[in-house]
Design a protein. Structure first.
Length: 193
């Protein structure tokens, strides 16, 4: 078994490598490149960003009925709106099916839906400098949803004893996720988040 110092060194090395790769990817953008918009592995639109003179947007409709709005500006492109609910439902359903644990569907769905319901109005209220708040509140809402699902499944309030620990871990995980999202949004110069 590895010693504690070895584990700490491995985690620090992984964090350092991840940070360097993230900075490289986020600062390595080039102006005036050709962008391929893909759907299901096929190129549906090719845009030369050096030729774009005015801002415009277009919508990509997914086979499942979801939509993503793509905003094109001179020298850059971003997804300005996406069907987050559709992505959530697909991820939860496929994750439960492929893991072979359909019971996780109930927990994941209740946590994910409550998180989505909390984050949806926050997106309109909070600024790009407050994305971390959305991450924290979304994570706590996810924990609330999963705890309520566990109470419903086991028909006892005893499972709520884990709730304080879940909230603490949710705050830490949500803070990390929110800060990462805030960093990406600020570095990618997105017009909306």
């Amino acid at each position: 078994m590895l010693k504690t110092r070895t584990w700490i060194a491995l985690v620090c090395a992984a964090a350092l490598i991840s940070g360097v790769l993230s900075l490289r990817l986020l600062t390595g953008r080039r102006e005036g490149t050709v962008v391929e918009v893909m759907q299901d592995g096929a190129v549906i639109r090719e845009i030369d960003l050096s030729c774009v003179s005015a801002e415009y947007a277009f919508t990509v409709t997914c086979p499942d009925g979801g939509e993503n709005t793509i905003l094109v500006e001179p020298g850059r492109i971003c997804v300005s709106a996406a069907d987050a609910l559709g992505i959530l439902l697909a991820r939860v359903l496929l994750g439960s099916m492929f893991s072979g644990a359909m019971m996780t569907l109930f927990y994941s769905l209740s946590g994910g839906l409550l998180c989505w319901l909390v984050m949806l109005p926050l997106r309109r209220i909070l600024t790009k400098q407050q994305i971390w708040v959305c991450g924290v509140l979304g994570a706590v809402a996810h924990n609330v949803g999963q705890t309520l699902a566990a109470i419903a499944v086991f028909r006892t309030l005893a499972v709520a004893a884990y709730f304080p620990l879940l909230v603490l871990s949710g705050i830490l995980a949500g803070l990390f996720t929110g800060l990462c999202a805030q960093f990406v949004v600020s570095r990618a110069h997105l017009t909306e988040w």
